[in-house]
Design a protein around this ligand. Sequence first.
Ligand SMILES: *Cc1c(COP(=O)(O)O)cnc(C)c1O
Length: 372
Amino acid sequence: MRVPLADLRAQYYELKEEIDAAIVSVIESCRFSGGDRVIRLEEEIAHFCGAEYGVGVASGTDALTLSLIACGVGNGDEVITTPFTFGATTEAIVHAGARPVYVDIDNCTFNIDVERIEQAITPRTRALLPVDLYGQMADRAALVDIARRYNLKLVIDSAQSIGARQNGRPIAMDGDTTTLSFYPTKNLGAYGDGGMILTNDPQIATLLRSLRAHGTGSHKYAYERVGFCSRLDAIQAAVLLAKLPRLPEWNEGRRRNAMLYQELLGDLIDCGFFLPRVEVGNYHIYHQFTVRTPRRDALMDYLRENGVDSEIYYPCPLHLQPAYAYLGYRAGDLPGAEQAAREVLSLPIHPELTEEQITYVAGLIRRFFKQK
Ligand SMILES: *Cc1c(COP(=O)(O)O)cnc(C)c1O
């Protein structure tokens, strides 16, 4: 049996008529940039995520960079973030002119360890940039509390967590901004690149709309600030509008698959195999279903030999990457992230998986730990 990590084609065929019609309608309108669809998508996603305003941009990476700039982060500032994430999180800090300061992760959730943030704060700290990794929200109450007490901006990278909740609160209620990515393999994926910034602050929303359109204000060729070319393309907005109504049930499908893995593999903890841990109050939407084991590389090979794809998110934490060597971190500085990088493995979890496929994957994992 073959079990892929994602099945974008199956999802397309499920919605082919709606998606094809949506794309054709944009082409027929010849309104490729901005327009009704982008505005509608911004409203619908903001509402879905618990925010007042949505600002569509060209990518999840731009959503982060523009957020930091709109929050006043710039040269000489420090931004506290996690080393265990996709490279874009740190890249955005550097592009905004600031310096990343890493805080190690919590060993259960893989999210930033909120207990360690305060000791990393200096007079230069301007913002916190946590990530809602794998589909589970970082501890909002603690982050909001620290941000308030130290007068820091809170920018949340929720690229992997659209639809997640914490104690009933959706992702975008608490940050100064919360960012999304519509990269094709995300839980809500476009047919190309796209991203969005969510905020409850009307001034930040206005500033972001200016920044994404070359820094213009009310007049098209009046540049009020140095901006970017970072619009959300209308064809992508149309595709996303066609898909958005299905997102809650897709996320539920991922959760159902996670429960099945849990039932089939929960007892392997004695063999040093750990399933994802969900903090009390979190509605996890499993962008990734990430297990951990010291025997990760051998398990990955065994699954591959038997037709099952898996992936390592992420094989090397950002503080040890060549691009960020100038920050001066060394191996051993952030042991939680470094150990996670050696032990994590993401298994197929997408909603199109069948029960047979999951049972097959779980059977292989059982055999690996019980017989090898
Ligand atoms: C995907 C992702 C991004 C970047 O999104 P793009 O749309 O690819 O620019 C940023 N942060 C995290 C955690 C991501 O998973």
